[in-house]
Design a protein around this ligand. Structure first.
Ligand SMILES: *[C@@H]1O[C@H](CO)[C@@H](O)[C@H](O)[C@H]1NC(C)=O
Ligand SMILES: *[C@@H]1O[C@H](CO)[C@@H](O)[C@H](O)[C@H]1NC(C)=O
Ligand SMILES: *[C@@H]1O[C@H](CO)[C@@H](O)[C@H](O)[C@H]1NC(C)=O
Ligand SMILES: *[C@@H]1O[C@H](CO)[C@@H](O)[C@H](O)[C@H]1NC(C)=O
Ligand SMILES: *[C@@H]1O[C@H](CO)[C@@H](O)[C@H](O)[C@H]1NC(C)=O
Ligand SMILES: *[C@@H]1O[C@H](CO)[C@@H](O)[C@H](O)[C@H]1NC(C)=O
Ligand SMILES: *[C@@H]1O[C@H](CO)[C@@H](O)[C@H](O)[C@H]1NC(C)=O
Ligand SMILES: *[C@@H]1O[C@H](CO)[C@@H](O)[C@H](O)[C@H]1NC(C)=O
Ligand SMILES: *[C@@H]1O[C@H](CO)[C@@H](O)[C@H](O)[C@H]1NC(C)=O
Length: 375
């Protein structure tokens, strides 16, 4: 039952999409989001992004200074930000640009957001910087809040941010900045010592949408192979569908949800090359950077090693293996199924992490864009 050929999988995806749509509400009024994050990196300049395939491009990341609570822009970052905006202003079609705020030190967010005064300084700085460069929106990537104090503060932050954005729009006469946030795959965070839930009411009222990180379910930290971003998971409630259902079940409006998809796979080294299905024991990460591999590298690997490629219908994911190496990933076909599912749930759209990981000719991104048939 697990291994099907491409045509069987595709027809299953269509049946699945059709049957889910029965429960879906009327199509969302806001226009679709097809977004991608771009990291400040020399190897893949922002000008390489094909803007026919995306509606929104995120700049990742700018971090707040832990002492001043304001976004810190170095001279070299100033140059990058200026180039980034200029690139997309002069592109046809044009895309909406969003400044994503992230830091590797999640504690510094926790501290800044715990106090109304420091929140105000932070918010002011994000709007000031976004406007100075000409961004159309701001995004918060906090990985992750740790407890319910953090999520209560996050609720206040979103509310105060919305007020400041509305005021700024009124004063400047410009359209309000978009406000988005990257969030965990599920609305519940049950793996920390103190479980918590995202502030659903504040999100519905104040945020344009959240980017649900529907990936990183399985990786080098596991002792067996698994789908890193499977649509389903028959053995545990960790999957794209389980996560999205938790968000919708908690009351977040579907049009506030954007489904994340990875343009990379996770790799492992098998304990026994002959035991190579999902759930096979591993001895550690496989090739790539700490057991992660960009999609274009997976394609190269498969070709060079003449790897066996398997579609797994139980998880709606794809994996490949050669010798003792095993890679779980998404490809144009599994992305078609996911995009169909997202539309059936009336979600706002999808996003990818990250620019530069797709093939040169944007195979996955092109397929996702074609598969999204709602406006
Ligand atoms: C960008 O994508 C569009 C739509 O798929 C395609 O027609 C076009 O050739 C692509 N441009 C480049 C430079 O790859
Ligand atoms: C943060 O701001 C303080 C005070 O202005 C400054 O001394 C420090 O160098 C800044 N840190 C960074 C990383 O820019
Ligand atoms: C940054 O650029 C400004 C002028 O654009 C210059 O005055 C300043 O010294 C530069 N700072 C650093 C750290 O290079
Ligand atoms: C940022 O860069 C722009 C263009 O390169 C330059 O005109 C501006 O003075 C710089 N700003 C700062 C604060 O260095
Ligand atoms: C992270 O931020 C917190 C709060 O600002 C600070 O106390 C801590 O030293 C920072 N940790 C690192 C590794 O920079
Ligand atoms: C909040 O932050 C401000 C500015 O840093 C500080 O003066 C004030 O004491 C803080 N309030 C609390 C309750 O920590
Ligand atoms: C930020 O604060 C300064 C000083 O209070 C104020 O002049 C400015 O209008 C504020 N900017 C925004 C975007 O709120
Ligand atoms: C793998 O990890 C799980 C849970 O972390 C544990 O129950 C299981 O025994 C481990 N299996 C092996 C082969 O080490
Ligand atoms: C999965 O199940 C566990 C245990 O019942 C629960 O704590 C968690 O919130 C569930 N996760 C999702 C995404 O539904």
């Amino acid at each position: 039952m697990a291994n099907l050929n491409i045509m069987q999988l595709l027809s299953l995806a269509l049946v699945l999409t059709a049957s889910t749509s029965v429960t879906a509400s009327a199509s969302a009024s806001a226009s679709a989001v097809k977004a991608i994050y771009w990291m400040d990196q020399p190897l893949f300049p922002a000008s390489s992004i094909n803007t026919s395939l995306f509606t929104h491009v995120y700049y990742a990341f700018l971090a707040p200074n832990a002492t001043t609570f304001k976004l810190y822009v170095s001279n070299s970052t100033n140059t990058t930000l200026t180039n980034f905006i200029t690139t997309f202003r002069t592109r046809i079609p044009t895309v909406t640009t969003i400044l994503s705020i992230g830091t590797s030190n999640a504690t510094s967010f926790s501290l800044i957001f715990s106090n109304i005064t420091t929140r105000a300084t932070f918010i002011n700085s994000t709007i000031t910087v976004a406007r100075a460069y000409g961004f159309d929106g701001v995004d918060l990537d906090w990985e992750f809040p740790q407890n319910s104090d953090d999520t209560n503060n996050l609720a206040s932050l979103f509310q105060e941010w919305r007020v400041a954005i509305t005021t700024n729009a009124a004063i400047t006469g410009k359209p309000p900045l978009l406000l988005t946030a990257a969030v965990y795959f599920a609305v519940y965070f049950s793996i920390s010592d103190t479980p918590w839930t995202y502030p659903v009411t504040s999100i519905n009222h104040n945020v344009d949408w959240v980017n649900v990180m529907s990936y990183n379910f399985h990786g080098s930290w596991n002792n067996d192979t698994g789908s890193p971003s499977g649509l389903f998971n028959p053995t545990r409630n960790i999957s794209v569908v389980d996560g999205l259902k938790s968000w919708i079940g908690a009351g977040v409006k579907p049009e506030k949800l954007v489904m994340g998809m990875p343009l990379y796979g996770m790799t492992w080294q098998l304990q026994d090359p002959n035991v190579n299905g999902i759930g096979a024991p591993v001895i550690g990460p496989g090739p790539g950077s700490n057991g992660a591999m960009a999609y274009f590298q997976v394609i190269d690997f498969n070709k060079q090693k003449n790897a066996k490629v398997i579609y797994d219908v139980d998880t709606m994911s794809v994996y490949s293996y050669s010798g003792s190496y095993w890679i779980g990933y998404d490809d144009p076909l599994t992305v078609t199924a996911k995009v169909g599912y997202a539309q059936a749930l009336s979600l706002r759209g999808y996003f990818f992490w990250a620019a530069g990981y797709d093939t040169n000719d944007w195979k996955i991104s092109t397929q996702a864009s074609k598969a999204w048939i709602l406006t």
